[in-house]
Design a protein around this ligand. Sequence first.
Ligand SMILES: O=C[C@H](O)COP(=O)(O)O
Length: 253
Amino acid sequence: MRKKIVAGNWKMNKLADEAVALTSELVNMANDEVKGDVKVILCPPAIYLTTLKKYIEESPNFALAAQNCSDKVSGAFTGEISAAMLQSIGIEYVLVGHSERRQYFNESNELLAAKVNIALEYGISPIFCCGESLDQRQNEDYIGFVKNQITESLFHLSAEQLLSVVIAYEPIWAIGTGLTASAEQAQEMHAALRAHIAAKYGAETAEEISILYGGSVTAASADELFASPDIDGGLVGGASLKSREFTNIIKAR
Ligand SMILES: O=C[C@H](O)COP(=O)(O)O
């Protein structure tokens, strides 16, 4: 059975007291309202991870993710945060290759492969983000483009290592735009990615890996998206900043 996951990527939002308030509200609402086995992963700015850990301690279905980590082990890399540091404060997940990192920080598939490796080395599960731009969707083999992101950053892994990775398909044209991919568009890509993984690792491995959809997910769109057979949950940006909305998305999963 694949893990059902709803992750909330706060990006560069929330001040310290707001981060605590949002986390407490989410934990309380989930305790009261969320039934079943969905994993909720909060991805706050790294500066809040240690504090927020205390607020999710009693809720085993909650976990924290960093939004990024360095591809280096340690050393003179001012401003960077290593996978070892995340491990040392008990962080279980890290976002790797979010389109904003690819776009604004020039992160390549090759660099992301190195980040995936170092996260796994320190026992942290990468949430590997991939997705095409609008131009690529309209003018190129967009499924081939996303498959290639996965090939270049993940296909050097063993099957066992791959099963520690969560994949998040996030079409860039749907991120922060209010333009959600339709359930059919998302399912088409998720099924293609699962088939791509099956061709390399076998059907059993492909069946086990969780593939999340991200891009303007709201409580209104979550039900239909999450009902698709290859969509195992969501990576939510804007709507994860509001406790009521995000709880409703978790409930949809
Ligand atoms: O990581 C989350 C994605 O970038 C989606 O963001 P969004 O839900 O604000 O479109």
